[in-house]
Write a protein that binds this ligand. Structure first.
Ligand SMILES: Cc1cc2nc3c(=O)[nH]c(=O)nc-3n(C[C@H](O)[C@H](O)[C@H](O)COP(=O)(O)OP(=O)(O)OC[C@H]3O[C@@H](n4cnc5c(N)ncnc54)[C@H](O)[C@@H]3O)c2cc1C
Length: 375
């Protein structure tokens, strides 16, 4: 039976980044994906590296997001060097535009919130915002510059990270679904994958929105898919440097000139359909931000499934089962959170401590809630 120090279930950006981090520590790593790795949420995302909270639910995530954003330049440099691939990292900032009647008041609230969370966002007059991004629509009533934000080509980054992990010695087993974990006397000793047993010192569950589908894992990782529809535009007229965002949607420029536009948030199971209603909503948001895109070419449409959880926060850390660790449920922020997730998992596996507090994200929080309901 093959024997590894760590078995990782799932080859998205989260599993790939963990495999790379562990392989660089000379651990013997195997990563399983039931299909070709890197084809799910990590492929579908927009690639914004945006630690600012988009809802009150995501406020507890801000310190983790900031820590991960700080790791990004080094992470990208390492991945690009080891894989010899470019990943389209763009540390250009974001402009958040406000269109409502109370835009000025909303802007003051947003800036105060960001400053309270240690995010140095700056209010801009609309004319200033349009000097920075001349394509920004005239209907915008207020704007903020988030100069610390960045973006990355998540498809390129995921592929390069997996390649770098393989280069560092991780075994990547594509087309090999993990069907169950091997549990012996309260300890996880490996996985059953593709009908074979693999023994491992540690098992890390990083199967995105499918994590809760693996036998016995729903109690720690009650993940549920949150569909996001997306499209990409090309325009000879519109040049953007920064990410443009409003409360209704966003436009993320890529180095190859594509403009990635998103997104919806829908709870429709594991269904990846692209719908007229979904596309209409994201196009309306995009045209509000940049009206000149009205005659752009639609070059691609797609959708993906975010790994959401009951409290919309990730599931990170050890479980009640020894040597079984969760790294899932990153919902809307898994691209941003990949470097810090890999670092925390590596610290836990090799030193049994972490340099950042991660109790808020403990997989045991759902158990506690379930027991309370049962009493
Ligand atoms: C439309 C959209 C836009 C987004 N935009 C952003 C953004 O701008 N910024 C950001 O930070 N995040 C964004 N996200 C969120 C981000 O994409 C996810 O949080 C992140 O990709 C999750 O990565 P993952 O590796 O956990 O999951 P995934 O990428 O979904 O990978 C999970 C992998 O596990 C494999 N798997 C599943 N079951 C098994 C099994 N039984 N055995 C073996 N393998 C298995 C799957 O095949 C898959 O390859 C967006 C997501 C979507 C859908």
């Amino acid at each position: 039976m093959a024997n590894y120090d760590a078995a990782i279930v799932g080859g998205g950006l989260i599993g790939g980044a963990i495999a790379l981090e562990l392989a660089r520590q000379k651990l013997r790593v195997v990563l399983f994906d039931r299909q070709q790795p890197g084809q799910e949420a990590s492929w579908a995302a927009a690639g914004m590296l945006a630690p600012a909270p988009d809802t009150p639910d995501s406020i507890p995530l801000v310190p983790l997001g900031r820590a991960s954003l700080e790791l990004y330049p080094e992470f990208v440099a390492m991945v690009e060097e080891v894989s010899s691939r470019q990943v389209g990292y763009r540390p250009e900032g974001t402009i958040e535009a406000l269109f409502g009647r109370n835009a000025e008041r909303e802007l003051s609230t947003l800036i105060a919130l960001h400053h309270g969370l240690g995010l140095p966002s700056e209010p801009l007059r609309v004319e200033e915002a349009r000097q920075l991004e001349p394509a920004l629509g005239r209907e915008a009533r207020a704007a903020a510059l988030l100069p610390y934000e960045a973006s990355v080509d998540n498809r390129a980054l995921t592929a390069a990270t997996l390649e770098a992990a393989a280069h560092e010695g991780a075994k990547i087993r594509a087309g090999t679904a993990v069907t169950s974990l091997v549990l012996q006397a309260g300890r996880c000793t490996g996985v059953v994958a593709g009908g074979e047993n693999f023994s491992a010192g540690h098992v890390v569950l990083a199967a995105g929105c499918y994590s809760g589908e693996i036998e016995g894992m729903r109690i720690y990782a009650p993940t549920r898919p949150a569909r996001g529809q997306m499209l990409a535009l090309r325009s000879s007229k519109v040049q953007l440097t920064r990410v443009l965002r409003s409360e209704r949607g966003y436009i993320v420029p890529r180095n190859d000139g594509r403009l990635v536009v998103g997104s919806t948030l829908e709870y429709v199971g594991f269904e990846k359909r692209i719908t007229p209603g979904g596309l209409q909503r994201i196009l309306t948001a995009a045209l509000e931000l940049v009206p000149e895109l009205a005659d752009a070419e639609i070059v691609e449409t797609w959708s993906g499934l975010r790994p959401d959880t009951p409290d919309h926060l990730p599931v990170l850390g050890p479980t009640e089962v020894e040597e079984l660790v969760m790294a899932t449920g990153h919902h809307r922020n898994g691209i941003l959170l990949a470097p810090v997730t890999a670092k925390l998992i590596r610290e836990w596996l090799t030193e049994e401590r972490t340099s950042l507090a991660w109790d808020t994200f403990s997989p045991l929080r759902f158990l506690a809630a379930q027991r309370k309901t049962a009493n």
